[in-house]
Design a protein around this ligand. Structure first.
Ligand code: DC
Length: 220
């Protein structure tokens, strides 16, 4: 059997992790695993079932009968494709709240490790290199200035016709950076053995090619 290749891509919101990870996955034939989408699916189910982040018992009960998986690039919650449901501002807030809960992290990290043990993957998130796949063959930590990340996010939202201001987007990015890097369990942090790639002045193609060069030159 061919050896598994695991690539971990971590970094703050809006650093371009998912765009880059998808491109690298396509180029190298790896499965792309969006772990943020898993926290979002969990947050979506909590909203659907009216479960609050503070109700530990109800949450544990819910997690006991929750199945989250990827197939053909889509995320399935209890067998139903929820790609179109998990990017709303409401779900974003709940995903952030539930990602700080030990019960949720224990369940999702176990699932992520199980996925990473049976196929070659590129997995993006906040704690992949530091916690989920500590022995990944490749680890990258993508960053960009908060202003540049807000500019990119603002552009995408405007393109979708959303009514937002640059200042609001920047303040949201700053808040999420703070929350992600200050939470008690598995905070956003560069793994000691991860390569930091500052994408502030790089195009998407440049970042993609940089990762591909690194991986190809030492593994494939
Ligand atoms: O990357 P995203 O915005 O889709 O992530 C949704 C939320 O999940 C975000 O608040 C950060 C959190 N998250 C996490 O805590 N750990 C991960 N491995 C991935 C995402």
């Amino acid at each position: 059997m061919q050896e598994l290749i695991r690539v971990a891509v971590d970094g703050p919101s809006g650093a371009g992790k998912s765009t880059i990870a998808k491109l690298v996955a396509k180029e190298l034939g790896l499965d792309y695993i969006d772990t943020g989408a898993m926290y979002r699916a969990c947050g979506y189910k909590m909203l659907q079932e009216g479960i609050e982040a503070s109700s530990s018992d109800a949450l544990k009960e819910m997690l006991g009968h929750t199945d989250i998986d990827f197939s053909g690039g889509s995320i399935f919650l209890d067998g139903v494709n929820v790609d179109g449901k998990i990017r709303t501002p409401e779900v974003t807030m709940m995903a952030s709240a539930c990602s700080a809960l030990p019960e949720v992290r224990a369940k999702l990290v176990e699932l992520q490790r199980e996925i990473g043990s049976r196929k070659s993957v590129i997995m993006d998130g906040r704690d992949i290199g530091t916690n989920v796949l500590t022995d990944a063959e490749f680890k990258f930590f993508l960053t960009a200035s908060a202003e540049e990340r807000a500019k990119r996010r603002y552009g995408e939202m405007k393109e979708k016709g959303m009514d937002v201001t640059y200042e609001d987007v920047l303040s949201d990015i700053n808040k999420r950076d703070y929350d992600d890097s200050h939470r008690k369990i598995d905070p956003l942090k560069k793994a000691d053995d991860a390569e930091e790639v500052d994408t502030t002045f790089m195009s998407i193609e440049q970042v993609r090619d940089h990762l591909l060069d690194r991986i190809r030159s030492s593994a494939l």
